[in-house]
Every structure is written in structure tokens, then in C-alpha cells.
Design a protein around this ligand. Sequence first.
Ligand code: O7E
Length: 219
Amino acid sequence: MNKKNSLILALDVLSRDKALELTEQLVDHFDAIKVGYPLILHAGLGIVEEISSISPVIADLKIADTPNTNRLICEAVLGAGADAIIAQAFPGKDSLVACADCAESFGADLFVVTEMSHPGAEQFMAPLAERMARLAVESGASGVVAPATRPERIRMIRSIIGDKLIISPGVGAQGGSAGEALQAGADYLIVGRSVYGSADPVAQAKELAAQVEQSRRSN
Ligand code: O7E
């Protein structure tokens, strides 16, 4: 993934036409488009193939199964053209390694969820986030997912994973600040509703780009 904009679009819209319209409008403003269950369940796996002909695609299926089932899911979505996959760490190392091996065989990236951005993640995920970050490194992941809503947790996770990538959701609709997440160590911000739900998505993307630029200058 080319780190030009440091921005990933979370494309959680429900129609193929809307998804393709937004992709065309926003492709130059984002380094990748994250496609997950909401869009794939409505539009079908073919949407991954269509968007990946326009932009790099991160398939956000938060894969969390046995090693064999993980491999089957990864093969399906990477075979459809995705450039990266996202997996949960909690099923354990063998399950994660199955995803890492499959990603490697496709020349794709694997990102592993550590602690999620919503308040409920403090219940079970936060106490295990350090171990999940370590497991991501041991399993050969390209990087991890860490919460823009808690920049101090990004800082902690950065101290564990070294120079692996951090992709960080929670900016905008969930209340996280772009500047704070980047300063804490995020490489990419994942942004959804505040862009695709706005009356002027391109203007919102430009506003985010200005915040990224400001953060880069103050580094
Ligand atoms: O809140 P929004 O609309 O800006 O969208 C955020 C997106 O990031 C959305 O697709 C959601 O499912 C995802 N996300 C989180 O919001 N929090 C997390 O902790 C993790 C993710 C996620 O994408 O995980 C994989 C990268």
C-alpha cells in the first residue's frame, strides 16, 4: 500500500452503484478502500473485484475462525482481488498464521485487530491488546489495527510492534482526532461515515488531507 495520503476509506455503503460512484470520486484522496461485511453482503464478492480494478482494497472480514476456515476465507477474498485482509488475533497463533501464509502466497498484507475503537472494546480486548499486538508480530503480519479514539493505546501498541504498520479507525464519527492519532503513531487513518455520509465527500477528504499535512509538518 502506497503511503501517499495516510488515509483509508471505510466504504460501508450498501449499494454497488453508490460504492463505485464514491470510489471514482475519492480514489485520488485515499491510499486504499476498506470493504467489509455491510457492502459485500449487499453487493456480493464481485464488488471486491470491481473496486480493486480502481483502487487497492482492504477486505475487512475480521477473520476469526479455525486455521482451515481462515485459509478458505482468505483465498476467496484475495482471489477476488483484495490487496490486504484483516483478521482477529483472539482465535490464536495457528489461526493467524494461516491468514499470514495465505496473504504471503498472494503477495498481500495482513492486518491484525488488537483493541477496537468502540467503548465496549475496553471490556475484553483492552486487557489483551498487548499480547495480541505481540502475536501479530510473531505471526508475520504487516501491521495492526489500533483505536484512534484512544491515542494513548496507539502509543502503547507502537512500542510493542516496532516499525510494523498501524491502521487506525475512529476518526470523525466516533470522535477520534486525526492529528492525535497520527502523533501517537498511526500510519493510516481509516475514515468512513464522516466522508461517505457527508454532502460533499471530496471536500471532507480534502479537509482530512489538510489535517494529515499539518501533522506531518509538526513532526
Ligand atoms: O466510524 P466510521 O464510519 O468512520 O467507520 C470506521 C470503520 O472502521 C468501520 O468500517 C468500522 O467497522 C471499522 N473499525 C472500527 O470502527 N473500529 C475498530 O476498532 C476496527 C474497525 C476496523 O475496520 O477494523 C479493521 C480495520
